[in-house]
Design a protein around this ligand. Structure first.
Ligand code: PEP
Ligand code: MN
Length: 360
């Protein structure tokens, strides 16, 4: 991809004073539902109204979307509210129908980005289109697949492009529905610095309480916009009920977000210092998360030692750990003094956790 600056023309031309906002329900359920949410969102910062009409569900038997019927409802949204519209496309037939029915922005879902065959089919179906096309990251944390999907679209002459970060699935239990792996998103930004990057905190968190915080991290990392699932009755939504917010909550989230005010074009405010600070915050969160996990393991060891009636402190094992960590640390540029201090503190905390278990 050569002239990457042109990739963000569609966004720069919008001259927004705030991040791009895409909002609307996970799924279009009924015409009334689609229109009611749209009317509640029309006097807000929302730039594009979303509604999934073909829903990729992990297991069959769940609501799989209303299909092409919903395209007519999106048309009505545009007529009645003036908001632009968007939906997910997952094959050539979807692309053809969405373009015929004048959907303004199409996105490719995480389950499609994983498949080079599907991406190629979609690229060919959209060849030369001037619609905006956003590519969600694949479900698995594979940067090359994500980049590859975008390259296929670019090669097919699609120039109004962007990406959506919606987190990655992991087998590990975590507080997120899909782990944000911010490091991977930062790497993605470094590869395609001009490509508009939108965050989807709804699918990252899977839970409406965390949407504000994840959105703020994304903006601090210079993301260009947010996609937030919005429903007037989230708890009774036909899909992704736990993560949807009401239109009022969405407006409140937008008011509470700290947004960099600037009149300059989006590319020139990528202030390196703030970006680096946001990266440090990401790493610090990971450190705390890892330390928490280490203490959970220490407690399990505590339970075993209690059963077997073994002493908490086993100094041979501890000296072995320390020696290895000093070696690892110095190879990464950390001083021996620092590694020793840090591990002594970590060790003491582990002992405290174990003792808590052993002494009940
Ligand atoms: C969605 O946006 O509703 C959706 C299905 O997203 P994803 O592809 O990220 O799972
Ligand atoms: Mn959803």
């Amino acid at each position: 991809m050569k002239n990457t600056k042109e990739l963000r023309t569609w966004l720069d031309d919008m001259n927004l004073a705030h991040p791009l906002v895409i909002a609307g329900p996970c799924s279009a359920e009924t015409e009334e539902q689609v229109l009611k949410i749209a009317h509640e969102l029309k006097d807000s910062d929302v730039n594009y109204y979303r509604a999934g009409i073909w829903k990729p569900r992990t297991r069959p038997g769940n609501f799989e979307g209303v299909g092409a019927l919903g395209l007519g409802w999106l048309k009505k949204v545009k007529e009645e509210t003036g908001m632009k519209t968007c939906t997910e496309v997952a094959n050539a037939a979807h692309c053809k129908l969405a373009i015929e029915e004048d959907v303004d922005l199409l996105w490719i879902g995480a389950r499609s980005t994983v498949s080079p065959f599907i991406m190629q089919e979609i690229a060919e179906a959209l060849e030369g289109t001037d619609k905006i096309v956003l590519v969600k990251n694949p479900v698995n944390p594979d940067l090359a697949l994500w980049l590859g999907g975008i390259e296929r679209l670019y090669t097919a002459g699609i120039k109004n492009l962007g990406a959506i970060h919606r987190g990655f699935s992991t087998y590990d239990k975590s507080k997120y529905r899909n782990n944000p792996n911010w490091q991977l998103a930062i790497e993605f930004q470094n590869k395609f610095p001009d490509l508009p990057l939108i965050c989807d905190p709804s699918h990252i968190t899977g839970n409406r309480e965390m949407i504000q915080d994840v959105s703020q991290v994304a903006l601090d990392l210079n993301f260009d916009g947010l996609m937030i699932e919005t429903h007037f009755d989230p708890d009774n939504a036909w899909s992704d009920a736990a993560q949807q917010v009401t239109p009022d909550t969405l407006k409140q989230i937008m008011r509470d977000l700290k947004i960099k005010k600037t009149t300059e074009s989006a590319t020139s405010y990528r202030e390196p210092l703030e970006n680096l600070r946001a990266q440090i915050n990401v790493v610090d969160d990971q450190l705390i998360d890892l330390l928490g996990k280490r203490m959970e393991v220490a407690e399990k060891i505590g339970s075993l030692k209690k059963e077997e009636n073994v002493a908490v402190l086993q100094s041979r094992r501890w000296n072995e750990i320390l020696g290895n960590m000093v070696l690892e640390g110095t190879s990464k540029g950390l001083s021996e003094e620092f590694v020793l201090k840090m591990f002594k503190a970590i060790h003491q905390e582990s002992i405290n956790h174990q003792e808590k278990i052993i002494n009940g």
